[in-house]
Design a protein around this ligand. Structure first.
Ligand SMILES: Cc1cc2nc3c(=O)[nH]c(=O)nc-3n(C[C@H](O)[C@H](O)[C@H](O)COP(=O)(O)OP(=O)(O)OC[C@H]3O[C@@H](n4cnc5c(N)ncnc54)[C@H](O)[C@@H]3O)c2cc1C
Length: 479
């Protein structure tokens, strides 16, 4: 690189962390500004907001109603398999997509819909493998989906499906990202709330933020990456009022962590489709599970203001203070899911979380990837409606950044290709020594659980997992 550019990333959720890691690996000097502060010493506050309740690395299997979502998710899953180490799964194997018998009885052919979707996934995967053999991360296309007649220990099952979709553990994701950000030499500034981003006459960007000590600071950056979730839309619009977003819905959702006093024999996620017939049981280990029941979880849904692009004040209030129906909805979730998952019989609620989901349609069964926006040359915006799309979009974002450096004369076209390939390589190519010892790995993950306001038990992995040093990928055959 002819001149080392300074890049500022706003927000350290999953989108911002990946933007910072890939840009830094590409050779840029990177500063991350994150408004949250770490509560645990020696850690960065990463994935403390929406990214703290994510449990599924989708493959499209959960979207039998929308083939495009299925294909997008499978693309995301392929890239994630190449970017993240095995550790993030914490001993979880594959997710079981479950079609409910009661839904069939009521005349909805959910089994047929899931079967058709398996064909979409198989053929899209075959096409991706044909395009590039590197994409064959789950083995042979013909075996990546499998139907099973029942799922032991779940009630009301018409059919179950094994697909590359896999549950993961958000606390272990943060543990990996924190290490990787340090390895890359990213300058992480916590407690730094960005107030404005503006473009200067020389084409660079002025980022004004309130620092951790309360002072107002300004950074002048060659490039900026806006990754502040719902707040990023407003920042992008103020930077470029001409920018057009699709019609966007902001859904207020509720999700819970519960304990498992009777343990569980499921080291996989159960995704029982759909709406009132279904709900998710995602055990993180034998002690704690995440649960979700759509009718209780879907609290509100509004269309984003196309002018201000900011989230409405009532959402900000509910996120800060809670929603009046929160408790009742949480209890409804546990009670309903007890009917499907017997291990929840004596479970207690450990935490209830309100979050904003972003979508281009009002129907949660169709969720689209909105991609990466080039706000101005040198300014991108990445907001992820799905965690699963994180590595795909990080690659796109970096390609835009490199293109800007190329037009500024800082990199050559040949360098661009080489840099892109190197910057998106797997995290933890060399597993850190402390992570090889289960006690120190768990201790570090617990610190992230505290930062992320999730139960500390999440730091534990399923007991039967061992990680051979350097292990990265599993094949579908080991599910
Ligand atoms: C209930 C629920 C369940 C979900 N489950 C899944 C799932 O299983 N699988 C899946 O693929 N997806 C899932 N999603 C979607 C997933 O959570 C999101 O796609 C993803 O976490 C968004 O990441 P992000 O980095 O864009 O945003 P965030 O994680 O919210 O990160 C934004 C960051 O920006 C910071 N920030 C904001 N404004 C500023 C500012 N002015 N200055 C500095 N910092 C700022 C915030 O503090 C935060 O750290 C789920 C969503 C919901 C609501």
């Amino acid at each position: 690189m002819k001149r080392k550019e300074l890049h500022v990333v706003v927000g350290a959720g999953i989108a911002g962390c990946l933007a910072a890691i890939t840009r830094s690996r590409a050779g840029y000097e990177v500063v991350v500004l994150e408004e949250q502060r770490a509560r645990s010493e020696g850690t960065y506050p990463v994935c403390t907001r929406t990214s703290n309740i994510v449990s599924e690395n989708h493959s499209g299997a959960e979207y039998p109603f929308d083939p495009q979502s299925a294909r997008d998710c499978l693309d995301g899953r392929i890239e994630n398999e190449q970017f993240f180490p095995e550790l993030i799964y914490g001993g979880k194997t594959y997710s079981r997509i479950i079609a409910s018998q009661s839904m069939m009885d009521d005349g909805h052919d959910i089994v047929g819909q899931c079967r058709a979707n398996m064909d979409v996934i198989r053929s899209h995967y075959a096409q991706r493998c044909e395009e590039d053999p590197v994409n064959a991360v789950f083995g042979e296309p013909s075996v990546i989906c499998r139907e099973v007649p029942a799922v032991e220990g779940v009630n009301d099952v018409a059919a179950g499906f094994l697909t590359p979709q896999r549950g993961m553990n958000p606390v272990l994701v943060s543990t990996v990202l924190d290490w990787e950000l340090r390895q890359c030499g990213v300058d992480f500034r916590e407690g730094s709330s960005v107030g404005s981003v503006s473009r200067r006459a020389d084409g660079r960007y002025e980022v004004v933020y309130t620092a951790a000590d309360g002072t107002s600071e300004t950074l002048v950056a060659d490039q900026v990456s806006l990754c502040g979730a719902t707040y990023a839309f407003g920042m992008a619009k103020r930077l470029n009022p001409e920018i057009e977003f699709p019609r966007l819905f902001m859904a207020l959702r509720e999700i819970l962590y519960v304990d498992l006093p009777d343990g569980t024999d499921k080291n996989f996620t159960c995704l029982k489709l759909e709406d009132s017939y279904g709900g998710m049981l995602s055990p993180l280990n034998e002690h704690v599970a995440m649960i979700y029941h759509p009718p209780a979880a879907h609290v509100m849904n509004i269309v984003m203001d196309p002018v201000s692009c900011d989230p409405p004040a009532e959402y900000a209030r509910y996120l800060a203070e809670g929603h009046p129906e929160m408790r009742e909805r949480a209890e409804r979730t546990v009670n309903r899911l007890r009917e499907f998952y017997p291990e929840l019989r004596r479970s207690k609620i450990l935490g209830t979380y309100l979050k904003v989901a972003i979508n281009t349609v009002s129907d949660s069964r169709m969720r689209r990837n909105i991609g990466v926006f080039g706000v101005h040359p040198g300014a991108t915006m990445t907001v992820l409606p799905k965690w699963t799309m994180c590595a795909v979009n990080a690659k796109k974002e970096l390609a835009l950044a490199l293109e800007h450096s190329r037009t500024s004369g800082n990199v050559t076209p040949d360098e661009v290709r080489e840099i892109l390939a190197g910057a998106t390589r797997t995290c933890w190519e060399t597993v850190p020594d402390w992570a090889r010892k289960p006690e120190s790995l768990t201790a570090q993950a617990k610190k992230h659980a505290v930062n992320m306001s999730v139960p500390e038990e999440l730091a534990l992995r399923f007991r039967d997992v061992t990680y051979p040093p350097g292990a990265q990928h599993v094949t579908f055959g080991s599910a």
